[in-house]
Design a binder for this molecule. Structure first.
Ligand code: SF4
Ligand code: SF4
Length: 207
């Protein structure tokens, strides 16, 4: 059974990811100079960060295993535990979502207050007391819309207050990623400036 933490504990727990985000922003933008940031990005440590991560999981310490076990138990008991409370990247994406041209619209005139939308929301967002849902906690799963029994009471609204087909979001995301990928390839920004030999040297030093 998925637990739904009560509001008084949900709110302080949600704030952890914003504190972590603030910590990273503070150190990157206020404690590091542009030259230091560039030096870090080009450092051997950062160049093979993905392989280091793989090694971290292939050869886990006791602390790593205990932490992972706790996270698995918490994630099984509380939906989206990691993204919801601890992920600073999730916090950043949630804040950027305020600029999204898409939002969930709630029509209070046709709503029958069955609360199916709120009961199904994995992020425990209060939906029915708003006409436009803008929450950094919303993960855009659209489960609330699919569970609403009254057609038109809850729907996705796009630019110019137009009702849009919900699949516009995943399809639009894939198209946007493809456009960026094609643009990067066309302008020679897709390939790495680091020669493959340098990567080979760094990888062999790790294993
Ligand atoms: S889209 Fe998902 S996360 Fe957002 S309010 Fe609806 S059910 Fe909750
Ligand atoms: S599921 Fe639809 S009808 Fe029921 S409370 Fe939510 S918006 Fe209203």
């Amino acid at each position: 059974m998925i637990l739904r933490p009560p509001k008084w504990i949900n709110l302080p727990l949600c704030s952890i990811k914003y504190l972590l985000l603030g910590f990273f922003i503070y150190f990157i933008f206020f404690k590091m100079s542009p030259l230091q940031v560039e030096a870090f990005l080009k450092s051997p440590y950062n160049l093979v960060a993905d392989v280091k991560m793989l090694k971290f999981f292939l050869d886990p310490s006791r602390i790593t295993l205990t932490t992972l076990a706790c996270l698995v138990v918490l994630s099984v008991s509380i939906g989206n535990f990691w993204c919801r409370y601890l992920c600073p990247y999730g916090a950043l994406l949630g804040l950027l979502a305020y600029a999204s041209p898409f939002q969930i619209k709630h029509n209070q005139e046709t709503c029958i207050n069955c609360m199916k939308c709120e009961k199904t929301c994995p992020m425990s967002i209060e939906i029915t007391n708003k006409t436009i849902l803008r929450s950094p906690e919303c993960i855009g799963c659209l489960d609330c819309i699919s569970k609403c029994p009254v057609k038109g009471s809850l729907f996705l609204q796009g630019p110019c207050n137009k009702k849009v087909w919900p699949f516009v979001i995943p399809i639009g995301t894939i198209i946007t990623i493809l456009i960026f990928w094609l643009a990067a390839r066309a302008t020679n920004h897709w390939t790495s400036a680091i020669p493959p030999e340098a990567f080979k040297q760094l990888y062999s030093a790790l294993f």
